[in-house]
Design a protein around this ligand. Structure first.
Ligand SMILES: Nc1nc2c(ncn2[C@@H]2O[C@H](COP(=O)(O)O[C@H]3[C@@H](O)[C@H](n4cnc5c(=O)[nH]c(N)nc54)O[C@@H]3COP(=O)(O)O)[C@@H](O)[C@H]2O)c(=O)[nH]1
Length: 575
């Protein structure tokens, strides 16, 4: 609508009424009402095809249309046009019915005044605008402009009806961005929103315009593919989506790699209800995630068992903390120049009542997904600090302990308070606590990240950059963060003696870290010949199976007592 000018289409066959309306609208001082007039519904419809109007004044007693049929005809052609019905006194009930059928207002002929008519037209325009935005929000996701859950359900029901008649199949896809939470946690919510918009665009390019793509919430999308003849056609589209999504997304001026997992349920001629179909697609999605993500899976009946197992795992994880089933194992870290034990890394294990000792890669992703990583992470921090004090009480020197922080813990508002409380409660010396964070933490909200790291640094704890080389490896901004040390990822260390590129990278990382005043720890050292190579490059410390696998606190205590008896010198397995 133009504020200065309102284009009104009057549909009225009575010349007296026409003049009357014209006079009333000419009195306006606020805006200019531009009046067009026709005396037949058909003429109005012809004009609406050619011209845009802001509002229509419609008489319901026309020579070629009577009553609600006139209104329905206009709505079918111009669903967005606000309509004010003008009725005779004796037709008032009809006018009310018209409002119930979608007209924005009605006025009774003879009872109207100039201000009343103008107000009715203005309000009709405003009301229609509000109705349209409400209708939009009820059916669309404003972030991606895709249909929302409501519209998806409606379209799925309609597609199922059509399929009963057509004999084709429907492929219902459930899609989910892998590790989307990490993007939000590390790059911030604006980048997360941007990613969802980009992903929606890419999905549109993978399907036909008549297929429905919907966003159910978060990073969950669905696609309804109709008129599918063969299952392999759905497989082909799913693979296209997986491939498209694995291309980099430009977020915060960086190439970010994300993948998508897809679950597919096929529907043939009324064989499942929409609820069952949705449940099956969701189960297939879960199976795709469990298969390592970035793939698609079709629903199979045996998947029910898989889901039940996952649900049982989540339930057991929730109880594991109360039941004291988590344990920490400790892996030695050795100063390479003097061959002496200098610290340990605390690594989480789950002593599962039936499955035995479980490694973190099998349950940490679930802890992250369920948010349980926050209380479990606090438990890890507390137990590790307590252990250092227990070893001190047992006559050993104070042993430095490294604890891994997950991105979720890191973004917690109270992290510094939690660490401070733990130090106070356990009596741990902050100097001997190292907190390990990974590179992905550094990418989002640099100011907030620096603030959190500085808060931790101010407590006197050391901060170590873990898995260096596996992520974004932005050497440029390392100096902006208060790191005390940097751990070179085991994938590089593996090649230190046999791959000249790995060796060159390690050497460069060490020299850069030293220039920035950081110590360097090599992770995953397994072979004897790796030690002199690392020492030559002036690597400060190392950790790996060559010195020992992660061990229980009791085994470590015995080992450490022996070590400290021999001037802390570490025994190294000879090849
Ligand atoms: N947020 C938290 N993450 C945690 C916690 N505890 C562990 N983790 C993370 O889980 C990942 C797997 O850990 P794990 O199975 O314990 O593996 C560690 C070592 O056992 C392994 N390692 C050590 N030396 C060697 C070696 O010589 N060869 C070899 N193949 N593997 C070796 O490396 C893992 C140590 O990783 P890092 O933390 O990067 O130093 C792992 O990512 C843990 O971080 C927890 O409490 N919270």
């Amino acid at each position: 609508m133009n504020n200065e000018q309102i284009k009104v289409l009057l549909v009225e066959d009575n010349q007296v009424d026409l003049r009357f309306v014209h006079e009333m609208l000419s009195e306006s001082r606020r805006e200019k009402f531009v009046l067009r007039y026709v005396d037949r519904l058909q003429h109005a419809l012809d004009l609406l095809i050619k011209e845009q109007f802001d509002v229509m004044l419609l008489d319901l007693q026309l020579p070629d249309a009577y009553g609600l049929s006139a209104l329905i005809g206009v709505q079918a052609l111009a669903p967005n046009l606000p309509i004010v019905v003008r009725s005779e006194v004796n037709d008032e009930q009809l006018a009310i019915d018209a409002v119930h059928s979608g007209a924005q207002d009605y006025i009774v002929k003879g009872e109207e005044s100039s201000p009343l008519l103008m107000k009715a037209l203005r309000y009709a325009i405003e009301r229609k605008r509000i109705e349209q935005s409400l209708a939009y929000f009820a059916h669309y996701d404003p972030l991606t402009d895709l249909p929302n859950r409501e519209l998806f359900r409606e379209r799925l029901n309609r597609a199922q009806e059509r399929t009963k008649r057509s004999g084709y199949m429907i492929a219902l896809m459930f899609l989910d961005l892998d590790h989307f939470k990490d993007i939000n946690d590390t790059l911030g919510h604006d980048a997360g929103d941007q990613l969802l918009k980009f992903a929606a665009q890419r999905l549109k390019h993978c399907v036909r315009t008549e297929d429905t793509i919907a966003r159910l919430g978060g990073d969950e999308f669905t696609i309804i593919l109709e008129q599918i003849e063969h299952k392999k056609d759905a497989a082909h589209i799913a693979q296209k989506i997986v491939d498209e999504m694995s291309k980099p997304f430009l977020l915060n001026d960086k190439d970010v790699f994300v993948t998508m997992s897809i679950g597919i349920a096929m529907y043939t001629e009324g064989d499942q209800s929409s609820e069952e179909l949705i449940k099956h697609a969701d189960m297939a999605l879960y199976a795709a995630k469990a298969k390592g993500r970035s793939n698609y899976q079709f629903f199979e009946a045996k998947m029910n068992t898989l889901i039940t197992e996952r649900m049982a795992m989540v339930k057991n994880l929730k109880l594991a903390l109360e039941r004291n089933e988590f344990v920490l194992h400790y892996q030695p870290q050795v100063d390479l120049s003097i061959n002496q034990l200098v610290g340990v890394e605390a690594l989480l294990r789950w002593q599962h009542p039936e499955m035995g000792l479980m490694q973190p890669n099998n349950f940490i992703p679930l802890l992250e997904e369920t948010g349980l990583i926050i209380p479990v992470g606090e438990w890890v921090l507390h137990t590790a600090c307590q252990q250092s004090c227990i070893w001190l009480d047992a006559g050993l020197p104070r042993i430095r302990i490294s604890v891994n922080l997950s991105a979720k813990q890191f973004r917690q508002l109270q992290l510094a308070n939690t660490v401070k409380k733990t130090l106070d409660e356990t009596g741990m010396d902050p100097e001997h606590l190292h907190l390990e964070v990974t590179e992905s933490f550094l990418l989002s909200n640099v100011a907030e990240t620096i603030f959190i790291l500085n808060e931790l640094n101010d407590l006197g704890v050391h901060i170590s950059l873990d898995d260096f080389g596996t992520g974004y490896s932005s050497l440029n901004y390392l100096h902006r963060y208060p790191f005390a040390s940097l751990k070179i990822d085991q994938s590089f260390v593996k090649g230190v003696t046999c791959n000249s590129k790995s060796a060159a990278i390690i050497s460069a990382i060490i020299s850069l870290a030293h220039n920035l005043g950081l110590k360097v720890v090599a992770e995953g050292v397994e072979y004897h010949e790796q030690l002199p190579a690392l020492l030559n490059m002036k690597c400060d410390e190392a950790q790996g199976y060559i010195f020992g696998v992660p061990l229980s606190s009791a085994t470590c205590e015995t080992m450490f007592k022996n070590i400290f008896k021999q001037n802390s010198k570490f025994y190294i397995r000879k090849p």
